[in-house]
Design a protein around this ligand. Structure first.
Ligand SMILES: C[S@@+](CC[C@H](N)C(=O)[O-])C[C@H]1O[C@@H](n2cnc3c(N)ncnc32)[C@H](O)[C@@H]1O
Length: 371
């Protein structure tokens, strides 16, 4: 095999990953689907996309090189460095015209190939989905009230929220978000971020109570600092530009975060969690929360995380209770279902609170035991 044919065959494999990523956007983001389909063809022909992807040729499927490419291109548009392409991007006021997308992309790809290559090499796909605050809010309401009942109290517990895999920390202020239901607004109706949770049913809790959050902390192996322009652009670039609802939600969540900063520490989780859980607060429910993170955690970190939690659970008391609340995908016969699970110690409660779409909305409240 000559060097050229070896290079072409490597890019053929990468082109398949781009095509698979394009397929993943079907019915959800026609713009990204078309960009990745044309980029896959360009890769097969050794065009500018091959230059941009040089160094990433052998990346694994799990690192989704196609979405890193699409994110880097989107970021170029957001930075105003691809004016000829911007007219296709609704995130900057454009309107996609798919038949001419690729020919309008080419000048930007050629002009900025080096910058794009560096960004594709340096980034991991990072989404921080504020829509997940809606199931989190409902789950916290249930947890605070169930813990109070178990302790023989009428008033729900105050909550200390500890998030593992928090990304930019956008879900660390669920009490400052508004949740627009058909008949009322839960949370903060004056918030910069008002979500339509699209709930079927309601959380099994008295929703007239206020959620009181008295402490928050988050960690992530790749934390995004949303107080910086770079951090905001980073998260924004991975939202598909023609998903305007998500785009607007992220923009509002970033605006809210600017008024209420929370630091996200750099850590994979277990040691950070052990440190956080070493301090139990009286009259406060400590809640460990993670959403769409578990699939990324190594088996060693999973085992260590479970051990840390089991240790803290054994020490929990009715007046210093502990909860685990997670929103994670579970494999079903026809794909994945995102489920909201709650465990409470020492009450011994273990519930599946319901299921919803991966971005947190819509969500169906449907309580069953969590086996
Ligand atoms: C799909 S994002 C979800 C972010 C956030 N939890 C949310 O729901 O918006 C997955 C997050 O998991 C983080 N992550 C990756 N590996 C991890 C690990 N071993 N432990 C904890 N978090 C991890 C990533 O950095 C990323 O921020």
């Amino acid at each position: 095999m000559t060097r050229d044919s070896a290079a072409i065959s490597v890019f053929t494999v990468l082109a398949e990953l781009f095509a698979a990523a394009a397929d993943g956007c079907r019915d959800r983001s026609p713009l990204t689907q078309r960009l990745l389909t044309d980029a896959a063809d360009d890769l097969r022909q050794g065009g500018v996309t091959a230059k941009i992807m040089a160094g990433s040729e052998c990346d694994r499927e799990g690192t989704v090189p196609g979405l890193r490419f699409a994110g880097a291109v989107h970021r170029l548009v957001l930075e105003g460095r691809a004016p000829g392409l911007a007219k296709h991007y609704p995130s900057v006021g454009g309107q996609p015209h798919l038949p001419t997308l690729w020919e309008d992309a080419l000048p930007a790809l050629n002009a900025h190939a080096d910058v794009l290559r560096q960004r594709v090499l340096a980034t991991v796909v990072q989404t921080n989905e504020p829509g997940r605050s809606a199931p989190l809010y409902g789950g916290l309401m249930v947890a605070a009230q169930e813990a109070a009942k178990a302790a023989g109290r009428h008033v729900p517990f105050c909550v200390r929220l500890l998030e593992v895999g928090a990304s930019g920390g956008l879900n660390l202020r669920p009490h400052h978000v508004g949740y627009q239901l058909p008949d009322t607004v839960l949370g903060d109706p004056d918030s910069l971020l008002v979500l339509d949770p699209e709930w079927t049913g309601r959380p099994p809790a008295d929703l007239s109570h206020r959620l009181r959050v008295v402490g928050r902390a988050g960690c992530d192996p790749a934390p995004v600092d949303v107080s910086t322009e770079d951090g905001r652009l980073h998260l924004s670039s991975f939202v598909w530009a023609d998903q305007l609802e998500r785009w607007n939600r992220l923009r509002d969540a970033l605006d809210l975060a600017a008024t209420d900063p929370v630091r996200v520490d750099r850590s994979t989780g277990p040691e950070w969690l052990a440190h956080q859980l070493a301090r139990a607060e009286r009259d406060v429910l400590t809640v460990v929360w993670h959403s769409v993170v578990w699939q990324y955690v190594s088996p060693a970190d999973r085992a260590m995380g479970r051990a840390v939690l089991a240790d803290a659970a054994a020490k929990a008391t009715p007046l210093s209770p502990l909860a685990l609340l997670v929103f994670e995908p579970r494999r079903t016969d026809d794909g994945y279902r995102f489920e909201l699970l709650l465990k409470l110690w020492p009450a011994g409660i273990s519930l599946n609170l319901g299921h919803g779409a991966g971005h947190g909305t819509p969500f169906t409240w449907d309580v069953t035991p969590w086996e």
